[in-house]
Design a protein around this ligand. Structure first.
Ligand code: CS2
Length: 507
């Protein structure tokens, strides 16, 4: 039996309360949210918060999911009335919820007009996004819109059939303005610094180029709250599908796996109505940035360190890597000594302890290679912002330099057991070229060559000779002794502080 509206009734009867299923009339849901990026993360996070409000009787918030590229998720979900299971795994018993919040799905390349229709429907009040860091078409170091990005070039020329998320948002806002409607709230849910402010700047930069009067309207009327989103959601595997089918008693072609933990911090400034997500456990705040910064630099920063260093050693999953004492001690000291001092969120030590518990979840099978993708888009906000803050304040950067050396070593495409892997990154070509030219060169040459890539490192870091030397020293140690030995030595070393730069007048 395939999961469907009809199947849900019999599931509910059979499972007698053990599986949570939609109990409301799905046909009565209005399309209040259009979500761009129909991946597993959205379905295990924002959709679950929204489901809570639908169950409570507020039927304005059905979700229309949009895949910006591939059709596979949409096709799988269409065949099961857009129902899917969320499998929450804590290492003991799984718990299941069938979510009904998704009422339709669209594949943007197949029908951009249908996507624009959904976004301009007056009942749509929110357009949320999980399009990954690279989906924003921004320069990762400077944050500026990449006007030479092929999708942006296309969307400025052919506004009526956009390809990029920015192109869709600007076109839909233009149509709403022309129709006399209010703008929707744009709610980015990706791991970018100040993701709402970032999206606003990118949207305005695009709109100014296309139509300055539209840009003024968006600037005056639009809303782009910052959000911090947090839930670990590994990719779904066929083994997951089989396990879910057995436990659910129905086939689900695309269930999502996740952990018990979930957090969503949202700035409460919307252009129109919104679901009462705070009643579903979200935190509505005036300023989400302290939470967002702590999450990016601690959870995601630790994740990336685990991904590159753990993969190099030969581990496959987060729980395997964190179980190794050398890795755990290193990540702990990196967070405690070099990341937390850059943050203002309260209770950082208990936040760190909670992260380690989450990383140890053996049921998630969270692949390091999943996290290792798109390093060029992730490292600026995960590591380099902490590096810059420490260089400025004179605090140590030794462990962050080691993590960077680990990333450079990872780019060789081969781990210490001899296994090879592909580098998945929009800058893969540039990175491969840099690595090829320096594989047998001195570590310092390798680091300097990598640091020349401005869209990752900006122009400032290569002008910090002590930091460049630190990274090179660690890269040389990794090459000579292997990751674990080099890492133990780095963790044991007394953090060496940077000479503090005297403040310039006016700072
Ligand atoms: C991970 C994140 O893949 C990655 O880069 O660091 O997806 C992480 O699991 C989530 O941000 C957790 O909230």
């Amino acid at each position: 039996m395939r999961l469907s509206n009809a199947a849900v009734a019999s599931l509910a009867a059979r499972a007698a309360g053990e599986i949570v299923v939609p109990t409301y009339d799905r046909a009565s849901l209005a399309p209040g949210i259009v979500h761009l990026g129909l991946g597993a993360f959205h379905r295990a996070h924002q959709a679950v918060y929204t489901e809570h409000r639908l169950r409570a009787g507020d039927h304005r918030w059905g979700i229309v999911g949009v895949s910006l590229r591939r059709a596979d998720t949409s096709e799988a979900l269409t065949a099961q009335d857009h129902l899917y299971a969320v499998d929450v795994r804590d290492g003991t018993a799984d718990s299941f919820q069938v979510v009904g919040a998704l009422i339709a799905s669209l594949v943007a390349p197949q029908s951009p007009a249908a996507v624009l229709d959904a976004m301009t429907d007056p009942r749509c009040h929110i357009v949320s996004l999980t399009i990954t860091e690279k989906g924003y078409c921004r320069n990762p170091a400077s944050g500026a819109l990449q006007f030479d990005h092929p999708e942006i070039v296309h969307d400025l020329r052919e506004a009526a059939a956009p390809r990029s998320a920015i192109g869709f948002v600007v076109r839909a806002l233009a149509l709403r303005r022309a129709g006399g409607f209010r703008p929707f709230t744009v709610l980015p849910c990706d791991n970018l610094p100040s993701n709402g402010d970032t999206m606003r700047e990118l949207t305005l930069a695009f709109a100014r180029e296309a139509d300055p009067a539209l840009a003024d309207w968006i600037e005056g009327e639009g809303a782009f709250p910052n959000t911090m989103v947090d839930r670990i959601v590994p990719l779904t595997t066929d083994a997951d599908r089989r396990r879910v089918a057995k436990q659910l008693g129905a086939d689900d072609a695309w269930p999502v796996m996740t952990e018990p933990f979930s957090q969503w911090v949202i700035e409460d400034r919307f252009a129109g109505p919104r679901p009462a997500w705070e009643r579903a456990g979200a935190t509505l705040v005036g300023d989400a940035r302290p939470y967002e910064q702590a999450k990016l630099r601690m959870l995601n920063g630790a994740h990336s360190a685990l991904a590159y260093l753990g993969s190099l050693i030969g581990y496959d999953t987060v729980d395997q890597a964190i179980a190794a004492p050398a890795v755990r001690n290193f990540v702990e000291s990196m967070l405690r000594d070099e990341v937390e001092p850059t943050l203002s969120r309260p209770a950082l030590a208990s936040y760190r302890a909670e992260l380690f518990t989450r990383f140890r979840n053996t049921a998630l099978d969270h692949r390091l290679q999943q996290i290792a993708t798109d390093g060029s888009q992730k490292l600026p906000q995960r590591w380099l912002e902490s590096v810059r803050a420490n260089l400025k304040s004179g605090a140590p950067t030794e462990r962050l330099a080691f993590a960077l050396a680990g990333w450079i070593a990872y780019l060789s495409g081969q781990d210490e057991t001899g296994r090879t892997y592909a580098i998945a990154d929009p800058l893969a070509g540039t990175l491969a070229e840099a690595v090829r030219s320096t594989l047998h060169a001195d570590a310092i040459d390798a680091v300097q060559t990598l640091f020349e890539i401005e869209s990752i490192f900006g122009c400032d870091l290569r002008a910090q000779p002590r930091f460049v030397t630190q990274v090179a020293r660690h890269l040389a140690a990794i090459r000579a002794q292997g990751v674990v030995k080099a890492m133990d030595a780095c963790t044991a070393s007394r953090p060496c502080t940077q000479p503090q730069r005297p403040p310039r007048s006016g700072e």
